[in-house]
Structures are given as structure tokens and as C-alpha cells.
Write a protein that binds this ligand. Structure first.
Ligand SMILES: Cc1ncc(COP(=O)(O)O)c(C=O)c1O
Length: 472
């Protein structure tokens, strides 16, 4: 199956069967037992609708909205709906990007390019800000200032103290991915406004659920464009808007703020290239699928999905609290349950949960944070949440009887020592050679013990090992 260019074309039915076979090895995208990567509303017929909408526009090119006004119309509708949800006003403008990381890179680019006078521009974030900000700073050659958090939340006083004359953008999360807590946005916005610095709220993760959680009575701070001082905000439609992958929205409080986000180039013999986002040619498929998803679910539908998510979070959190050996690490104020160990090896526990069909996301120790297990809870979990408690208790008991991972003494490694050969032999020794990633406790234990730079080098090497062409 792995020959992508057979000598003679293969019948469609066969190809689809091959795809199904390949997909069978993936984590389950439905069923309410996967707590990362995928957002599932568990709504009958929605997949089919989104697929059909995607197919309608898959070959439409977002490069030129005058050639394909259908895409412009859908994009404007998506931006309008997001602005309405996130406190936008008549001056609000926005763009449809391919994902959260792209939205954040563009927010940083707009802030950087608004200040050609600043030679060494700086981005200021709390330590819980998403890694995509580090990527933005790296790609755009912007200095990256990271301020420690207090009780998992950005500390406004510490943030204020870290602002410099070269700070072009301050950012914070609503909520943070790792712990699901909302930073004190109004306080940070006031600091940004006072210092005349742009302030981006990263609501990529929670932007589409926080407004509904608040309508359901959740006690959460103001976090959106209605807060004076917030100059931009991002919300991913492929997260809690439950659209298929490939759509995020970046909103700016005014057209003037958005202007430096654009890239324009007329000085070549071809067409004048005007790009609001990073990609130039873009498929209309994800945009049409997102448009169909939003229209199909509607406002009351999203409220109901948020209610299901909220109820599921409460059930999962109660399960954690009732289980000896684990504890809640963060307040469950949004859609995340984050648990830490109270005497059990968390990486063994994650494997034991996976063996019982619950796919969680281990998070490594960082600074003052111990290792944790992250659960992104979506509406689909409503159907399964009640069966989590017995499986968690069972998995904890199994992890206890297996005991913690004991590693053989490893030679001291530094990132410079990581070679493809070393990675290959490590992967083989850890049983990853055959592509079985179901028992990851030993790997996670090694990664957890590695300082971030070494962890980056190890995982980069491993990904590079996986990404090898198949020549057929
Ligand atoms: C808070 C936050 N920001 C940004 C991102 C990056 O989004 P993406 O993976 O769509 O690029 C994520 C992804 O989980 C996120 O949780």
C-alpha cells in the first residue's frame, strides 16, 4: 500500500480500503475516550456534513478572493461569528488561518512589524503560554521573555515588571493548554494599555467554549475583545467549535492593528502577491467545513455541547479526587482535567489507562511543575465519563503493582551528543523499533529526566527517524 506512485493507477475502492486499514492503527477519533488531539461533539451526521462541505470547496484557492468570492464570503462569516462571540465591535477585523500556531505567529508578526523603529523587538509571555509563542519568536527573530506564573496563572505584577521599551507584544492565555486555567486578562490588559503595548489573548484552545461556560454560570474572568487593552485574540475553530482540522481565527480590535499582518510583494514579474496569512495558496475545504459545522451546530447547540463538557469535567474531577494515588493538579475551571501523582508512577498510570482504552496526554515535569496527566475534555466524553472512575482505580492499582519505572544507569547525554545512530539504538532498546507506541512509560521517564534542550534533541532525532521516505 505504501507506494504512492504505482506504475498504473489503482481503483478508488481499493485505495479507500487501504486508507481504512491504515486508519485502523490510529487512536480512535470518536467514542469519548481520547483526551488530546481531537475534539468530538458526538453529533450524528455532522461528520458527513463537514466532509461534503469540505469536498465542495477542496479545490477552491484562497490565494485570490476575487476569483473565488465564495471563500471570501465564508471567511467573512466565520470572522463575524467569532467577533460576535468574543466581544468584538464594529471596528473588529480578522483573518482565517490554518491553525492556532499560525494565528499566534501572525499576531507576533503584526506586533513586530508595527514597530520598524525597534531593532530588537521582544515578546512577553507567562511561562504557561503555549509553545507556539516560542516558535513565533524563533521564526520571527523576536526576543522571548518568559515570566514565571503564580498558582498556575500569569502574575500581572511580574509581567508589568518585565515590560521593556522594546516589548512589542504581551500575551496571555484563556485558558492555558497544560492546566486549563484562565490568566487574569483584565489586569494584564490594563498594564499593556498603560504601557502602550499590544496585548494578545491566546484563546486558541478555549475561545469557543469559554463564552458558553460563562453563560452556564462558570466563574471566569472577562477575557475577550470587550476588555480595554486587548488588541487581538485567537480562537481555533478546529478545537471547541468542533470543525475539522485546519481553521483558526485571528481577530484584531481594529483594521490599523491588523495592517502589518499582511505581506505584499509586487516586485517580480508574476502576479502581485498579497497574503493576509502565512500560506499563499490555500484550500477552501477546511473553511467550507468549518462554515458548515458552525451553521449546523448553532448557538444553542454550542451551549448544549459546553454543558455536556462541563458536566463531564465534574465527573472526571470527582473520579480523580476519589482515587487514592492521584490528585487534581489544577482547578477544573474550564474543559481540562490535569492530575498529578500522589504516590503512583504517572507514566505507568498513563500506559495502564491506555490499556483500558483511555488515551491521555502525559506532561513532563517543568520548572516547579511535577509531571502531570492532561485530559482535554470534549462533549463526546459525556457518554463515557461515568465509566472513568472504576477504570482509573483499576489502572492506579495496576500501576502500583507494576511499580515505578527503574531505568538502567544511562550515560550522561547532552544535546550535541545526539546522533541518528544513537537515536536508532535507543529506539530499538526501548521497543519502539517496530512502531508500537502503546507502552511509553520508560520513554516518558527518560524524557522527563532530560532537561528541555536534551528532550528537544531526543524527540527531534526520533521524529526524524520516523520521517523516512518510502521509495516503493
Ligand atoms: C492555548 C493554545 N494555543 C495555541 C495552540 C496551537 O494550536 P495548533 O495546534 O492548532 O497550531 C494550542 C494547541 O493546543 C493551544 O492549546
Amino acid at each position: 500500500m505504501t507506494d504512492a506512485l504505482p506504475e498504473k493507477g489503482v481503483p478508488g475502492e481499493q485505495i479507500l480500503a487501504e486508507l481504512q486499514e491504515l486508519r485502523a492503527g490510529d487512536l480512535p477519533t470518536h467514542g469519548g475516550r481520547l483526551f488530546a488531539y481531537v475534539y468530538d461533539p458526538a453529533l450524528d451526521g455532522l461528520d458527513a456534513l463537514a466532509r461534503a462541505a469540505h469536498a465542495t470547496s477542496a479545490h477552491v484557492n484562497g490565494l485570490d478572493p476575487t476569483a473565488f468570492p465564495s471563500l471570501l464570503a465564508m471567511e467573512n462569516a466565520l470572522v463575524g461569528a467569532t467577533a460576535r462571540l468574543l466581544g468584538g465591535g464594529p471596528a473588529t477585523v480578522g483573518s482565517v488561518t490554518g491553525g492556532g500556531t499560525e494565528s499566534l505567529i501572525l499576531a507576533v508578526k503584526a506586533a513586530r512589524d508595527a514597530h520598524p523603529d525597534i531593532r530588537s523587538p521582544r515578546l512577553l509571555v507567562p511561562s504557561t503560554a503555549h509553545a507556539a509563542f516560542a516558535k513565533a519568536a524563533h521564526y520571527l527573530r523576536v526576543e522571548f521573555d518568559v515570566v514565571p506564573v503564580t498558582d498556575l496563572r500569569a502574575d500581572p505584577r511580574a509581567m508589568a515588571a518585565a515590560v521593556t521599551p522594546d516589548t512589542v507584544l504581551i500575551a496571555a492565555s484563556a485558558p492555558s493548554y497544560a492546566h486549563g486555567v484562565v490568566d487574569p486578562i483584565p489586569e494584564i490588559a490594563a498594564i499593556a494599555a498603560e504601557r502602550g503595548v499590544r496585548f494578545h489573548v491566546d484563546a486558541c484552545f478555549g475561545g469557543w467554549i469559554l463564552p458558553y461556560l460563562r453563560r452556564l454560570g462558570a466563574d471566569l474572568p472577562d477575557f475577550d475583545l470587550s476588555v480595554p487593552g486587548v488588541t487581538s485574540i485567537s480562537a481555533d475553530l478546529h478545537k471547541y467549535a468542533y470543525a475539522p482540522k485546519g481553521v483558526s481565527i485571528l481577530l484584531h480590535a481594529s483594521e490599523e492593528l491588523r495592517r502589518p499582518q499582511y505581506f505584499a510583494h509586487a516586485d517580480w514579474p508574476g502576479y502581485t502577491m498579497i497574503n493576509p496569512v502565512i500560506s499563499s495558496t490555500r484550500s477552501g475545504g477546511p473553511i467550507a467545513a468549518a462554515y458548515a459545522t458552525l451553521r449546523s451546530i448553532g448557538d444553542t447547540g454550542y451551549l448544549d455541547l459546553a454543558r455536556k463538557t462541563r458536566e463531564s469535567v465534574a465527573v472526571l474531577a470527582a473520579a480523580v479526587e476519589a482515587t487514592d494515588g492521584v490528585r487534581l493538579y489544577a482547578p477544573t475551571e474550564t474543559s481540562v482535567v490535569c492530575l498529578a501523582s500522589d504516590g503512583v508512577d504517572l507514566f505507568v498510570l498513563a500506559d495502564e489507562l491506555a490499556a483500558r482504552g483511555w488515551h491521555t496526554q502525559p506532561q513532563m515535569a517543568h520548572a516547579d511543575h511535577p509531571p502531570t496527566i492532561h485530559l482535554t475534555v470534549t462533549a463526546a466524553v459525556h457518554a463515557t465519563a461515568a465509566s472513568f472512575a472504576p477504570d482509573l482505580a483499576d489502572a492506579v492499582a495496576a500501576a502500583r503493582s507494576r511499580g515505578p519505572i527503574e531505568l538502567p544507569p544511562l550515560p550522561p547525554l547532552t544535546p550535541e551528543m545526539i546522533t541518528p545512530e544513537l537515536i536508532a539504538s535507543l529506539a530499538e532498546g526501548l521497543g519502539l523499533g517496530a512502531g508500537d507506541f502503546t507502552r511509553m512509560a520508560a520513554v516518558n521517564t527518560i524524557l522527563n529526566a532530560a532537561p528541555p534542550a536534551l528532550r528537544e534533541a531526543l524527540l527531534t532525532g526520533f521524529l526524524s527517524l520516523l520521517q523516512r521516505p518510502v521509495f516503493g
